[in-house]
Structures are given as C-alpha cells and as structure tokens.
Design a protein around this ligand. Structure first.
Ligand SMILES: Nc1ncnc2c1ncn2[C@@H]1O[C@H](COP(=O)(O)OP(=O)(O)OP(=O)(O)O)[C@@H](O)[C@H]1O
Length: 790
C-alpha cells in the first residue's frame, strides 16, 4: 500500500492518494454530475410510521483541505437527496471510475444552507413539542470533524430563544457519557449515578439541575458544561469530542413537564484516522464506537417496528430509552453530518449508510459481502491514465527534487495531536474559571443546585407512573413528518391534572411516609431484602449493588428520612445500613406495617404512621442528613413543592467555605456528632468516601501482612516444604511451586555458607546473620553439584 501523504506519484497507491493524484479527472466528473444530475433512484417513501426523522447536513469544504489536494466529493440535491462521489481506481492502476452513491433522507442540507434552515427543518418541531409538555430528542451523529458540535451549538441558541418567547419555568441539566461513566458537567464533572424510575426511564440522580430565566442564562450554563467536556486532539482535529453530551431542558407548561434532550454524540472514528492514536485514545474510540453501534441498533429496531429493543446494553441507550419506545410519544430527530472532503469519502458513506439503517431503510448488509449497503450506486467510467507519461513525469520530478538531507539517528517526530493533553484532568480549575464569568444570580443558583441532593422535580420524575396510564389516554399526536406547525398556545388537557395527581400520590408513597405500593414488585423486594438484612445481618446473603440500590430507593427514605446509603460500594453501604439500624432501632417498628403485595392483594395500604414533625424527629443517623435550621428543625427531605427551601444533602453548605478545623477523614466523627459537623459539599462527600475506602484497604492490607509475618526460621520452612512435597496432595502446579521455593531457600543457604567460609578463611571473625544449622537432606531433591564445595 502506498503512503496516504501527498508526494511523488506512486504505483499501487491507496485510495486517498490516487484521489489526490488524479484529482482533476475526479473533480471534473463530480462537477459534471452537479450540472446534470442523473435521475434520482426510487426514493424510500414509507416514512410516516417510523417515528425517527433522519436528516443530513454537509459542511463546506475547508481551504486547507483544497490546498492538500482534496476536492468536494458530496453533492446535496433537494429534496432530501445526497450523493457521494466515490472516486476509484481499478486494481490494474490504469482505469479510473467513479461510483455515485445516491441516498434519500427526510432532509439534506447542503453547505449553502445556514443554521436557521437547519434548525427549522430539524429541531424546531421538537422544541415546540417540549413547550406543549411532550418530550423529544435531537441528536447529532457523524464522523469526527464533520460539524456535529457546530450544528448543535446553533440549535442550542435558537432553541433557547424559542423557549423563552413567553415566560416559563425552565431548568437545565447537562451530563456527559464517557465510556460507561456518567459525569455531571454542571457540577465540575463529578461522576453521577443513573437511576431507573418507576416508569422504566433512566435518569441521572442526583444531578445538578439549575433554573434559568433567560436565553442567555441557559446558554451560559450550556457553555460552561461544554467547556468542561472531554475533548482531545485526534488525527482529525484538535478539539475532538471524546464523549457524548446530553443537555436536558425541562419546560413547565400548565403543570405538565415537557423535555428537550439535545445529544451531541462523540465522533465516530475510522481506523485510518486513529492510526497514530495512543492506546488510551484507541480504547476511547472503541467505547465510542460500541455505544454508537448500540444506539444505531436501537433506533433501527424502533424504525423497523421490533417488539423488543435492547436498550439496556449501553448507558447511552439507557438514557435515551424514550427515543425507542413505540407509540410516538417521544419524537426523535437524528442529524447525520458529513464532511465533503474526498479523503473522508469512506467515512461519509459509512455515516450515510448507518443513517439509512436508523431511518429504517433496510437491514444494512450488502447482498454479497459483509460491508454495509445502502443507497443506489451508479458507476461512471472515466477512462485510463497514461502510465508512460506519468512515469516520465515522476522520474523528472525525482531528478529535480533536492537531495534528501540525512536524518539518521533522529527519533521520529511525534504527531502533533499526541502531545496535546485531554482536558479531563483540569475540570475543577476550568469550572472555577468559567463560573466566575457567570452572572452572579446564575452563579448563585448553580451553587445552590450543587449543594442540593437532587431536586424535587427529579424525584417526581423517578416516581413517574409507568406508561400504562398514558396508553389509556391516547393523545392526538402530530404527524411525525409533518412540516412544523405554527406555535399554538398550549391548552391544559384535563388528563394532565389527573396525571399530576397520580404522580403526586406515587411521589408521596415513595419519598414520604407510605410504606409500599402493593403492586410494585421492586418495593416488595426492597422490603424483603431489608428484612433479610435485619434477621441475618450482612452475611445473610451475597449483597449485590442492585439489592442495595432498591433498599436505598424504597426503604431507607421511608424509615430513615434523609439518610442515604452508598449502594454503589456494597461494603460501605452495608456499613452504613448497620449504622442506621444501630442508631435508630425505634424506626424499625414502621417496618411492621409493610406487607408484600402477595399478602396484601389490594391497594388498601396500611395506614402509614404519620411522620413526626421534623423538629420532633430524633437526629438522623448516617452521614447524610438534612441541614439543621437555626431553630433546630431539619428541612423536609420529601417536600415536592418548589416553594420550599432547596433540598440539601447531609450537612451541605457553601462549598467555597471549607472550615479549617474539618478533617477530611472524619466520616465517622461526623456521624458521631451531627450538630458539630461542618458543611460538606458533593465533592467533599465523595472525597470522604474515597478516604474511607482507602482506609479500609489499608486495614485489610495490614491484616494480611500480619498474617504473613509468622515467625519461621529458614530451616523450619525447608523442613515444612520437604514434608509437604513428600506428603503429596495438591495440584502439580502447587507441587512445582513448593519445589521452586525449596530450591531457592537451599540456594540462599548455600550462598551464605560459602560466604561465611570465605570470610573465615581470610581470618575474619564474621558472625553469621542466621545461625547455620545442619541442613536436613532430602532424598527426593538432589542438591546442586557445587554444594559439595561448602
Ligand atoms: N456548516 C459549517 N459551516 C462552517 N464551519 C463548519 C460547519 N460545520 C463544521 N464547521 C467547522 O468544522 C470544524 C469541526 O466541526 P465540529 O467541531 O462541529 O466537528 P464535530 O463533528 O463536532 O467533531 P467531533 O466529533 O470530533 O467533536 C469546526 O471548526 C467548525 O467550526
């Protein structure tokens, strides 16, 4: 294969090189097509029922790409037609031809189309739906460097303007998915957990969600989060997004919550582009591609009307579950971005083929071979090149070229992008820098949200009833592919009030005092697990994260109010649970009222004991508590109203003020004296957890070391090893290990003996460090022949 870089004409050049070498011929063919396009192949028409709108956008070709010898290999023709001109050379390296790949989508935006047109044709409908209390998703998909972030940025701006055309209650959260981890970008990029709600949807919880009042506030927070996003220099461009960014905007409209999810996916990668990447970048790339594959598969399954959609296989698909639900309650638009550069032809084809799959246009595989199919291909032959002439020119060029200077001995220079560092390690500093630039009122709201342990709205979402209720109330849905209607004033639907009421009931049952909803198997299971814990202790069973998560979600809030256990770390969680039970045994009486659904068939839940007024409750055990108000009353954990003071995590306060006397390792000390406990921010709690884990690790290590340090002389060890070898038993591997250890001990002894003898011979009196006892000789193990020298 030839070199992909430009240089003298070579035989057996790769595709990219031959495209550059014969650029004039290929470019002329593409130009001819633009002037007189072939007739469009039969378009895919059954678009109405698929529920996913797929649009494409081509970015302009950059001048540096033209200077490098590339040409524009993509043509957008309305309506929704996009053609990729794949310039090829026959294997005989003489004949040239061009495959014109013709694709049809809902919209195809060429380079001449501005951000306004793109917004109108893609996101506007979804934004309108959100304003009417529905939910929708816009996602950017495509090769790295093809314009996803550029397009998404313009959508943020235009959506912000549209949302605030009339005054509304709007909140925003911004998370990043990096591999399998989720990070809260409005909270310095700290990790956050994903929690499954009652209706099966998955939400980050607790997660910073900030109220915004103007478009500029919304954009400022999105900007802050975007700056912290994991970017790295790649082979394609310097600030490539290495993570998926999910911006969620929640809009209140007449008691119904609409949501708008804007997803800027990480760029898909090609082997050629990551050829110079280090191991870390390649691993990132593999994870990115895996999550994109999972996403495509789910969208394809939805588009093809599959009954089962495997959305649990990846964090990304879990978070975007709404997009795959049948029934059209959640509208989704995918914008596939493509680069026009001839060097990216394979990438662009790949993106468009995958977009076809997402659009439900067939199953993807070509009839012959394992490559993805999609699009209609028209082959155009472009004649033959004059090999003799080219060879002559090449020789001439080589003659004229200056002698290459000797570069021997110099290490090959590192690709520029490898020396650039990822920004993930600098997040806290970046956050401090950019928070300072925010308006004081927004900064204050952000700070308050960071100190709260989730919001009442987030708890409401987690307690949202399953979709059965929705299916009983079929709503008139707009046609998925209909042009964007004029914004209509939202009419409060009578169903909304009923739904809100149902949510309220469930919210109280989960987060306030009611013991269980009899029909919920999760709650039953949580209570059952907790009973096992009480009766058999931590050894009662092998505790899995999910068991502890259920206890954390259903039992702990009910019995212990504001306390939470760290279910992500089972050992810590069990410690915390033990502590909670030990400190408040009287609260376990409430458990007597809870009956599993099998025993209490109908929703006549036993009247839960009225919760004691917050001020009368005993102080909460555990490290997570509500902050004490000056008069001693704790803030209610489960207050759903927004008028209430923000819900706070245990002992949270102003994170910027870290009291000097606080010891970071004082988790236990804190729980021992809650009143004197200083405020702790989210990051401090995480740090304290890490320290507790580290301490536990150290203790375990000390224990293990103490066990190992059994005093045993070398002779005793040799005797014991010989006895074990003679005794047989154990595997052959174990026996080989014993023999090796025995040989090494004997060899050491021999060395020491020789040394002592040599010193004695030299007339020195050397006290042997280890008293040398007569060595027991084993019949089975012969000594090395040199042993006789001792
Ligand atoms: N339609 C467009 N018009 C003008 N410039 C564009 C357009 N699309 C993208 N660009 C420019 O191309 C470059 C790469 O775009 P962008 O960062 O949006 O790519 P990306 O697909 O998000 O890449 P990655 O996935 O690696 O983050 C940027 O400099 C951007 O300004």
């Amino acid at each position: 294969m030839g070199n992909a870089e430009s240089g003298p004409i070579v035989r057996n050049a790769d595709k990219r090189t031959s495209r550059r070498e014969h650029r004039a011929i290929f470019e002329a063919a593409a130009q001819r097509f633009r002037l007189a396009p072939f007739e469009a192949p039969e378009r895919f028409t059954a678009a109405q029922s698929r529920g996913v709108r797929v649009c494409v956008r081509k970015r302009p070709i950059f001048s540096h790409e033209l200077e490098q010898g590339e040409f524009d290999a993509v043509t957008c023709l309305e309506p929704g037609r996009i053609v990729v001109h794949d310039a090829r050379m026959h294997p005989d390296m003489v004949k040239l031809f061009m495959n014109h790949h013709d694709f049809g989508f809902d919209e195809a935006f060429g380079e001449q189309m501005g951000n306004f047109e793109v917004y109108q044709g893609t996101a506007r409908q979804i934004v309108q739906n959100a304003l009417e209390g529905k939910s929708g998703t816009v996602m950017m998909y495509g090769q790295t460097g093809s314009g996803k972030t550029y397009t998404m940025r313009s959508i943020y701006e235009q959506a912000a303007d549209e949302i605030f055309q009339s005054p509304r209650s709007v909140t925003v959260s911004f998370i990043e998915l990096f591999g399998e981890s989720c990070f809260d970008m409005l909270n310095q990029g700290v990790p956050c957990q994903l929690t499954t709600a009652q209706d099966g949807s998955v939400h980050p919880f607790p997660c910073v969600e900030v109220e915004v009042q103007t478009p500029s506030e919304l954009l400022a927070l999105i900007d802050l989060a975007g700056r912290l996003r994991a970017t790295a220099a790649t082979g394609v461009h310097d600030q490539s997004s290495r993570s998926h960014a999910l911006c969620r905007v929640f809009v209140d409209s007449d008691g119904e919550e609409g949501s708008l999810t804007l997803v800027d996916l990480a760029g898909s990668e090609h082997r050629i582009d990551n050829a110079e990447h280090n191991a870390e970048r390649r691993k990132e790339g593999a994870k990115i591609n895996a999550s994109l594959a999972a996403l495509k598969e789910c969208i394809r399954a939805r588009a093809s009307g599959a009954k089962f959609i495997a959305f649990r296989q990846n964090r990304l698909t879990q978070l975007l579950r709404g997009c795959f639900l049948p029934g059209g309650h959640h509208e989704t638009v995918v914008v596939a971005t493509v680069s026009p550069s001839s060097k990216d032809t394979e990438h662009s084809l790949n993106t468009l083929r995958h977009a076809c799959i997402m659009d439900g246009q067939g199953q993807g595989k070509q009839e012959k071979g394992s490559h993805l199919g999609g699009g209609a291909v028209t082959k155009e032959t472009l004649g033959e090149i004059d090999v003799t002439k080219i060879a002559r020119e090449r020789r001439q060029k080589q003659k004229e070229a200056p002698e290459p200077t000797a570069e021997w001995g110099k290490p090959p220079s590192k690709p520029a992008h490898q020396s650039k560092e990822s920004n993930t390690s600098r997040r806290a500093a970046l956050d401090r820098k950019y928070v300072r630039l925010l308006e004081p009122s927004v900064a204050q709201r952000l700070q308050d949200a960071r100190e709260a342990w989730g919001t009442a709205k987030q708890r409401m979402r987690l307690a949202r009833p399953p979709a059965v209720e929705e299916s009983q109330e079929p709503e008139a849905k707009p046609e998925p592919r209909a042009p964007a209607p004029e914004p209509a004033a939202p009419v409060p639907a009578p169903a909304n009030a009923a739904r809100a009421e149902a949510r309220e009931v469930i919210f109280h049952s989960v987060f306030q005092q009611a013991p269980v909803e009899p029909q919920d198997p999760d709650k039953d299971r949580a209570i059952e697990l907790f009973r096992t814990f009480l009766s058999q202790g931590r050894e009662g069973q092998n505790w899995r994260k999910n068991d502890l998560r259920l206890i954390n979600l259903f039992v702990v809030p009910w019995l212990f109010g504001e306390a939470r256990i760290d279910w992500n770390h089972p050992v810590l969680a069990l410690d915390e649970l033990e502590q909670l039970v030990k400190e408040s045994p009287e609260r376990l009486k409430l458990l007597g009222n809870a009956k599993p659904s099998a025993q209490s068939p109908k929703p006549a839940p036993p009247a839960p004991p009225a919760p004691a007024p917050a001020s009368a409750r005993p102080p909460l055990p555990g490290r997570l508590r509500s902050p004490e108000t000056p008069n001693g009353a704790g803030t209610s954990w489960s207050t759903p109203s927004n008028d209430q003071p923000p819900l706070r995590r245990a002992g949270t306060g102003d994170v910027r003020r870290k009291p000097a006397e606080e010891s970071p390792t004082s988790r236990n000390a804190r729980s021992a004296s809650p009143a004197s406990r200083p405020p702790a921010s989210h990051s401090e709690v995480i740090r304290a957890r890490r320290e507790a884990m580290e301490q536990a690790r150290q203790e375990a290590l000390q224990k293990a070391l103490a066990k190992k340090a059994v005093p045993q002389s070398r002779e005793e060890e040799i005797a014991s090893l010989e006895a074990q070898i003679l005794g047989g038993g154990g595997s052959s591997y174990a026996a080989a290990g014993l023999k090796r250890r025995l040989q090494s001990l004997k060899a050491t002894m021999l060395r020491e003996e020789k040394l002592a003898a040599a010193k004695a011979a030299a007339g020195q009196r050397v006290a042997s460090p280890v008293p040398v006892a007569p060595r027991p000789r084993s019949g089975s193990l012969s000594r090395p022949s040199s042993a006789g020298a001792g």
